[in-house]
Design a protein around this ligand. Sequence first.
Ligand code: GRF
Length: 226
Amino acid sequence: MSEASGRLRARRRAAVLISGRGSNLRALIERCAAPAASAEIGLVISNQPQAPGLQHPRAAGIPCAVVDHRLGSRAKFEQSLSSVLQAHEIDLVCLAGFMRVLSADFVLRWRDRLLNIHPSLLPAFPGLDTHRRALAAGVRWHGCTVHFVRAEVDAGPIIVQGIVPVRPDDTEEHLAARVLAAEHRCYPLALDLVATGRARVEDERVVIDGAAPADQVLINPLANDS
Ligand code: GRF
């Protein structure tokens, strides 16, 4: 091995678990296709045989598996997930619109190697219908969170958040589209931070080495006091 190749870090092998559309999966595949990417998508698993998102790994030549949750107990389902992950030598798992709750045992086995994206600024609005609830609450800012998964649903150490303004005339659809665009930037960044080892959990908070923190104060609505 040459000195140069000896210095190259092996890419982490990530699996992405989906249930539907797969736009975050597509963003992760695109980022990981870059020559300097710190992770490769080595596997995509869907629990829904007809998930439209399966088209993205198929087009990119990435192995896909369907593990249908309806074909047995949750324990059986998770055993199947674990054996496929193991067979593909996966070391990081990204949940991306994966609509099954994983057991505490499974989550523990993948502790700090299991990521999720949620369409709100956690800990606000865990659960479903986040955009409708954000509009109903009248928040001025909304967004998305990439976090390490814990047994409690939509909770766990936060890696990256993206925020978007809520506009006075917003509809759920417009707000969802704005948040989704932020998701597509946040998830690849979070995976990179974890895959390079720059994001690590200390006392249940994520510490990030060498990343510049955002330094702006954002105010919505814009002040009219100048
Ligand atoms: C995203 O909004 C994600 O935050 C949530 O489910 C949605 C999945 O969208 N967990 P997609 O399948 O990645 O397009």
